[in-house]
Design a protein around this ligand. Structure first.
Ligand SMILES: Nc1nc2c(ncn2[C@@H]2O[C@H](COP(=O)(O)OP(=O)(O)OP(=O)(O)O)[C@@H](O)[C@H]2O)c(=O)[nH]1
Ligand SMILES: [Mg+2]
Length: 311
């Protein structure tokens, strides 16, 4: 990689900050055209800092996905909030993401808390209102823009849809403008800092989240302990993965395993397909379920289950 600064080339860190479920991970994946962060309709899906690197001719935008602010439980919650706050403080731009919630705009304390974190950025703030594809009547957007605009002051506010891609060109241009002049920070073929092993564990957790409810999604942690790429030079052969799913109680284990192992089989089949797509390799996946009592409730438990993913 050349260290010479191309004229006007910009590069830096953009931290996505927002409440749970507003679409931060969806936006990162959409901008990259590749899945680096799991997405579910449940809040508190993302638990750690996940970096996605968007390399453009004129700029390199390092998108930092973070856990939603205000979500989680116990020591896991504390760790997740710290990750988001640190990412904001360490950013050249804090991108505040808000979602359209109903017909009447309402700015809550939770929104104020998000803005407070974003203001820790050493750089500037850009805001985007996501999920505009859900708005059936265009006149609903205007009061939302007015209410948020009043809250944000002279921060630019861009309506977007991470799902359809609406408004994303404008958003990226606003982000790039605010990055410092700098050569590329990463080689251009690097898209994420997430190891394949960690991404595979996340794809398993995504399927668990999609298939369970109540407290099970928040109590589940996944680790891939064995990852053997047995492909030969011609690319023939298997990738063999062995993973462990941890929950907090025997009753949760029974739910994850399901009657006659039905649930864990479904999770495993769906996760295997997703991992095959990511690796471009035929996958053998073996999952087992274990109980680690109350791991989310204490810092040692969080370290035990999440240190693999940098939490
Ligand atoms: N209709 C619509 N749905 C969206 C859009 N962006 C995200 N979603 C959906 O919103 C839900 C949450 O998306 P995520 O990307 O997981 O949200 P997040 O902010 O990363 O959530 P946490 O990781 O829990 O903080 C998912 O069901 C997405 O499919 C959008 O632009 N339009
Ligand atoms: Mg997320």
């Amino acid at each position: 990689m050349s260290k010479r600064v191309k004229k006007n080339h910009r590069a830096g860190f953009v931290a996505l900050i927002g409440r749970p479920n507003v679409g931060k991970s969806t936006l990162v994946n959409r901008l990259l055209g590749q899945k680096v962060s799991i997405v579910t309709p449940k809040p508190q899906t993302t638990r750690t800092r996940i970096q996605g690197i968007l390399t453009l001719p004129e700029a390199q935008v390092v998108l930092v996905d973070t856990p939603g602010l205000g979500g989680g439980q116990g020591a896991l919650k504390t760790a997740m909030q710290r990750v988001a706050g640190d990412a904001a403080a360490d950013s050249d731009v804090a991108l505040v993401l808000v979602e359209v919630r109903g017909d009447t705009p309402e700015i809550t304390d939770a929104d104020h808390a998000v803005l407070k974190e974003a203001r820790k950025s050493r750089g500037s703030i850009v805001a985007a209102i996501n999920k505009v594809d859900l708005i059936k009547r265009k006149d609903i957007l205007l009061p939302w823009l007015a209410a948020l605009g009043q809250e944000l002051g002279d921060v630019p506010l861009i309506p977007i849809s991470a799902r359809t891609g609406d408004g994303l060109d404008i958003l990226v241009a606003e982000l790039v403008k605010r990055l410092p002049e700098s050569p590329q920070l990463f080689p251009e073929d690097v898209v994420t800092d997430q190891a394949e092993r960690v991404l595979a564990a996340e794809l398993v957790r995504e399927q668990l989240l999609l298939r369970t409810r109540d407290e099970v999604p928040h109590s589940a942690a996944v680790v891939i302990e064995q990852f053997e790429d047995e492909r030969d030079a011609k690319g023939q052969g298997l990738c063999r993965l062995e993973g462990r799913i941890y929950v907090e109680r025997e009753s949760q284990k029974a739910i994850v395993v399901g009657k006659g192992g039905h649930q864990i089989k479904e999770v495993s089949t769906a996760a295997r397909k997703a991992i095959e797509e990511m690796l471009g390799c035929k996958v053998f996946l073996r999952l087992t379920v274990h109980v680690d009592p109350d791991w989310t409730g204490n810092p040692k438990g969080v370290q035990r289950r999440m240190s693999d993913q940098g939490l």
